[in-house]
Design a protein around this ligand. Sequence first.
Ligand SMILES: [Zn+2]
Length: 363
Amino acid sequence: MLGNGKKISISLGNGIVVKMPELTIALDPKSNSECKYSFVSHAHLDHVHSPKGVSKVVASKETVSLARARGYDLSRSVEQIPGMELVDAGHILGSRGALIEDRVYYTGDVSTRDRGFLKGFRGVKCEILIMETTYGRSRYVFPDINSLAHEVNKFIAASYDRGLPVLLTGYPLGKAQIISRLFDTWEPVFLHHSVFKMNSEYRALGVDLKEFEEYSQPPDFERVMRRGPWVMIAPSFSRSSAFVGDIVKNYHASVATFTGWAVDLCRTYRSASEKQQYHDDDEEEEEGFRRGGGRKTRVEYFPLSDHCDFRELVELVKYCNPSKIYTVHGFAKDFASYLNSIGFDAEPLSIEDDQMSISMFAT
Ligand SMILES: [Zn+2]
């Protein structure tokens, strides 16, 4: 532990660089760091890199495995270094926050909510909190997980009643595994190959996920898929991928997309809890889906996230009770302003600020 009077500096550059008297570490650097240590909080691609330099990487063993599956070699990393404790961040399997010298806590991407097999982050007391604020505006409040699952089950049941399959989409690492657990009572369930790969990794790491068949397209498989409704878990649609559009066109599948940003798509979010809604042709085109065989595609968005919502971020700060807070990612400015309005000392950590000053603490 550091004694009083010792300075800490925190800056943003290649990751967040924390300099303590005894330890200098880069938190989630984008590339090789010059710091003695680098911390990789989890295996999402915006947080992981393939280290080749002198910096010693700190990461959980699950993050090392998941990163390897995605083509990143963290095999020379360690799980522990003196003066730093890794804490489960509840974001995806293996995600960790870092408590440095018992004074500075970095959340990484974080969720305080229990979801399926994942336990939410419980919080740690700290002097300085560096926190992600992806959903740092008050409008981002997510529903209870059980009521959300209930709405989704109704959505799937409605499609099955019409004899139509359902696509459940979310990012393949993290979200897709929560979806796989929450909706594993439906049959049959198929997995897009990217989801199949990540589910297999989770299972190998000890997560009890049901084994589902990988989607493929031999002729007999086609017959199976035409026999009756099914569920498929796949990556979210992006304009660069025609996969979801093709599935929708070929099988008239309904689509449920899971993202915290569903709150912004209030038209469809409301429809999830208040009424069913079918998009008109223009909207289908806008979303990248086409009309198939004279049927309309049913598309809904459900606010399931692996991040804290606004209220959870506030609760997290209150629990940690730091004397200084730095916000990063998403609505960092807005959330810092809110924290200041309720009596905390907060500011967004930004590259621009880095040019002017490095935050210094002397306690
Ligand atoms: Zn993440």
